[in-house]
Design a protein around this ligand. Structure first.
Ligand code: ARG
Length: 288
């Protein structure tokens, strides 16, 4: 049973990776989504073939694991007066810190535009990108991704009195997205015109001010914006938006670091650390 679970997790991770040509269009991943939350029961080492977690992974700066992020994506990463790494806080930041420390390193955060993260990896400016980043085929061409650690979906944020009840209702509406996010990819693929903003908060302000009708963005982040702003609600459409998986990205070919990160994520999925962090940071959001 345990063995089966582990094998299932591996097959699942591969199946999901292959199915993410985009993050949109259809509900083919519904079953996989359910399985993915269950397929984490086995702890043992890395799934990958290589052996070496020696704690001596080569990094940009010796003894420091430098993570790139875009701290505009609560609850995964945001700027806070009392962050866990410098002024940065969130689920991803807490994971980054733990992984570094468990491997005898300190964690550093480099905050940048979301669209710059994969370039920063290629340049060696950062060791890894942790940014609620959805695994997508085209991204896999420029970076390697760990096993997924979180399942999300795109949702629509609308005004409470909106008549948008499904993705198709966006057809004649003004749509706002965030530049380079999977939400933009999805809306683009649906063939609807849209306006893209640099930050989620900017898109949401546009909605609050009545200048657009709907913001398409990741589910947990949407929930944060709905909690923070009066008069908004979330509309889901599982037949239009597939589930997507967040993973950490490393420079292509950096299997040493990838293995280390995979072992860490696997252990944190198995022992409940990641779901605890998820609950902690979503409760903080709800409590606000
Ligand atoms: N999951 C979406 C994507 O991969 C949005 C991620 C945005 N993350 C961020 N840290 N700003 O495109």
């Amino acid at each position: 049973m345990k063995k089966g679970t582990k094998a299932a997790a591996l097959v699942l991770a591969m199946t999901m990776a292959m199915s993410f040509l985009t993050a949109c269009g259809g509900d083919a991943d519904k079953e996989a989504k359910t399985a993915s939350t269950e397929a984490t029961a086995d702890t043992a080492g890395t799934e990958t073939a290589d052996e070496g977690q020696t704690g001596t992974v080569a990094t940009k700066t010796e003894g420091v694991l430098t993570f790139g992020t875009n701290a505009e994506f609560p609850p995964f990463e945001f700027v806070s007066g009392s962050g866990v790494i410098d002024q940065y806080d969130g689920i991803d930041i807490a994971i980054a810190k733990q992984i570094a420390e468990e491997n005898g390193m300190t964690a550093a955060i480099e905050n940048m535009e979301f669209a710059s993260l994969l370039i920063a990896l290629e340049n060696g400016q950062i060791d890894a990108a942790i940014a609620g980043m959805t695994v997508m085929e085209d991204r896999k061409e420029s970076a390697d991704f760990t096993i997924p650690y979180y399942t999300a979906t795109q949702v629509m944020i609308v005004k409470e009195d909106s008549d948008i009840a499904a993705a198709a209702d966006m057809a004649d509406k003004k749509i706002c997205v965030v530049e380079g996010y999977t939400g933009e990819v999805c809306v683009n693929e649906m063939g609807y015109p849209y306006e893209a903003f640099k930050k989620g908060t900017e898109a949401v302000m546009e909605l609050v001010n009545g200048k657009c009708d709907v913001v398409v963005i990741d589910s947990a982040t949407a929930q944060k914006y709905v909690n923070d702003n009066e008069g908004l609600k979330i509309v889901e459409d599982a037949s239009a938006f597939e589930s997507e998986e967040y993973a950490i990205a490393v420079k292509k070919g950096n299997t040493e670091l990838l293995d280390m990160l995979n072992s860490a994520i696997e252990a944190k999925l198995a022992d409940g650390t990641i779901s605890e962090l998820g609950a902690k940071y979503t409760e903080e959001i709800t409590a606000e």
